[in-house]
Design a protein around this ligand. Structure first.
Ligand code: FE
Ligand code: FE
Ligand code: ZN
Length: 286
């Protein structure tokens, strides 16, 4: 089907049905949301009536997949054991709740090793995933590519591959590629998109790539800053982001905007990107 699957980050404060209605009003067919306050805290009680109304709306309008986002404070590779236990408990609870809207994604930052070193970070994050994943779970966990701010792990495709290699239920885990993060992490998607995708395929495998966070970046390549810009207003630029949505190896994935925008700003960005969607059209492949 020749359709761009695009959406943005919505507030989950008013429940699932409100998010579904907002997605439709923005002319989107997928969306992201935080499972709870992005800085952590208790999740709201699930409202089964709200969920059922949302599921009916989702089915009728072919919404999805949803890309739920874990809170930022969750650090799977924290140095302190109580923080790793906290991460495990939040994630277990989020995954349990997400089974009420089955078959979607749960996007997770792989964590910050806080001085323990990348190898230790990779071990801890893989351990947590192996502890929390269940064979019967229908939600796929997506590790996000990171900018390499501070001691973040997951800046390189090698680091993400090293986590994936350790997962005992590999079909339960994929990757969410954030364009701002890989740019800030040093990957030159502006001049060498083909090489970056080849590198991803070599290290991880493009079949593991399940979603894209489509963001421009306020900073130059390799800055490790992680400051998102609106589409076309940053250092990546509109043409590269248009090339990404039209790239035949990526064009069927869900694209999530995490750009600094209000409702109207998102509606404009979504309309702009839809107007430029022509997968494979006009591109010459050597
Ligand atoms: Fe994220
Ligand atoms: Fe992101
Ligand atoms: Zn970011």
């Amino acid at each position: 089907m020749n359709q761009l699957h695009i959406g943005n980050h919505l507030s989950s404060a008013r429940g699932y049905l409100a998010m579904g209605q907002e997605a439709l009003s923005l002319k989107t067919d997928t969306f992201a949301f935080f499972t709870r306050n992005p800085r952590g805290g208790k999740a709201k009680d699930l409202n089964i009536k709200d969920i059922n109304q949302f599921l009916a709306l989702k089915k009728k309008n072919r919404l999805g997949p949803l890309v739920a986002h874990a809170p930022y404070t969750l650090n799977p590779c924290a140095a302190k054991e109580d923080l790793r236990v906290f991460a495990y408990e939040i994630m277990r609870e989020d995954l349990r709740r997400l089974e009420y809207t089955p078959g979607n994604y749960y996007n997770l930052h792989p964590g910050s090793h806080v001085g323990q070193g990348t190898a230790a970070g990779i071990e801890y994050t893989a351990q947590l995933l192996n502890r929390v994943l269940k064979p019967e779970q229908t939600t796929t966990v997506l590790l996000e590519t990171m900018a390499g701010k501070g001691t973040e792990i997951g800046r390189t495709f090698e680091e993400l591959a090293a986590i994936l290699e350790r997962i005992k239920l590999p079909q339960q885990v994929g990757i969410c590629l954030d364009t701002c993060h890989i740019w800030d992490g040093g990957y030159d998607i502006v001049q060498h998109l083909d090489d970056v995708l080849a590198e991803f395929d070599h290290q991880i495998g493009l079949s593991r790539l399940r979603a894209i966070h489509l963001n421009d970046s306020l900073n130059p390549r390799g800055s490790h800053k992680d400051r998102h810009a609106r589409i076309g207003e940053g250092c990546i630029g509109l043409e590269t982001l248009v090339r990404i949505i039209n790239e035949p190896r990526l064009c069927k994935l869900p694209f999530i905007l995490e750009t600094p925008n209000d409702h109207d700003g998102y509606a404009k960005e979504i309309a702009l990107l839809r107007s430029r969607f022509q997968p494979g059209g006009g591109t010459v492949h050597a």
